[in-house]
Design a protein around this ligand. Structure first.
Ligand code: 13P
Length: 277
């Protein structure tokens, strides 16, 4: 990493210059590592009991890592009642209204009512399989935050967009639609999930992920505030496994993970421990 601007003493006795990448690395020490498990449309009471037991038996790094699991909506209350209190529970989606004639939808108020604290919004599967627009996602985020839920707001580019050099254009546009609907960033985690890496086994390399996370942090600094940029967790999702989590977790702007497939397996505990391992 190139260093510019401010001089500092290094542990090896050399004097180096710091650039904004080092600034964000230092700020990283103030951001609690965050690992979410997105179960997607998987599980039944038997397999969920198995997940609850490996989460209960595993060492989840205590205060070091904030852990959240997102079961399908129908199991939210079941999981909340059986899971240890230190693991938070998220819904995978919610609607932008509190109640009413919206057949098949769940509201943020209902999610809170059954004891859950978080909701995932803007996941690429909602965007690309169910046609959710930036505008709808923004409205859902605004409503969920107002209702008192915390939000894991997802963004990420398609493979074709990356190949056409449009990654930043896409994720900045998605970020703008989110930022316009957030007043308190303490309740928001941004999940950068490149669509080409989701469920494909093709994880972004640590450098690829770090590059986008750093660009997102710069975007937050310029478009929201330097304070929000320094404090907001930006987590990575896309084929995270116990094998690749540690190296990704070493990147200065990667503050955790949103895990799909591997969150259904005992390996999830190793991913939670990735920062400390
Ligand atoms: P995978 O970890 O299965 O690639 O899924 C990532 C994801 O979509 C998490 O929200």
């Amino acid at each position: 990493m190139e260093c510019q601007n401010q001089d500092v003493d290094c542990s090896d006795g050399k004097r180096i210059k710091l650039d904004s990448s080092h600034d964000s690395r230092m700020a990283a020490s103030g951001r609690q590592f965050f690992v979410g498990g997105n179960w997607k449309m998987n599980g039944n009471t038997t397999s969920i009991d198995g997940i609850i037991s490996f989460l209960t038996d595993g060492s989840l790094s205590g205060d070091q890592t904030e852990v959240v699991v997102a079961p399908p909506a129908i199991y939210l209350q079941y999981v909340r009642q059986k899971l240890l209190a230190s693991v938070a529970v998220a819904a995978q989606n919610c609607y932008k209204e509190a109640k009413g004639a919206f057949t098949g939808e769940n509201s943020a108020e209902m999610i809170k009512d059954v004891g859950c604290e978080w909701v995932i919004l803007g996941h690429s599967e909602r965007r690309h399989k169910f046609g959710e627009t930036d505008e709808l996602i923004g409205e859902k985020i605004a409503h969920a935050l107002k209702a008192g839920l915390k939000v894991i707001a997802c963004i990420g580019e398609l493979l074709s967009e990356r190949e056409n050099g449009k990654t930043t254009e896409v994720v900045f546009k998605q970020s703008k639609a989110i930022a316009e609907n957030v007043s308190d960033w303490n309740d928001v985690v941004i999940a950068y999930e490149p669509v080409w890496a989701i469920g494909t086994g093709k994880t972004a390399t640590p450098d690829q992920a770090q590059e986008v996370h750093h660009q997102l942090r710069d975007w937050l600094s310029q478009n929201v505030s330097p304070d929000v940029s320094a404090k907001t967790r930006i987590i990575y999702g896309g084929s995270v496994t116990a094998a690749n989590a540690h190296e990704l977790a070493l990147q200065p702007d990667i503050d955790g993970f949103l895990v799909g497939g591997a969150s259904l397996k005992p390996d999830f505990v190793k991913i939670v421990q990735a920062r400390s391992s």
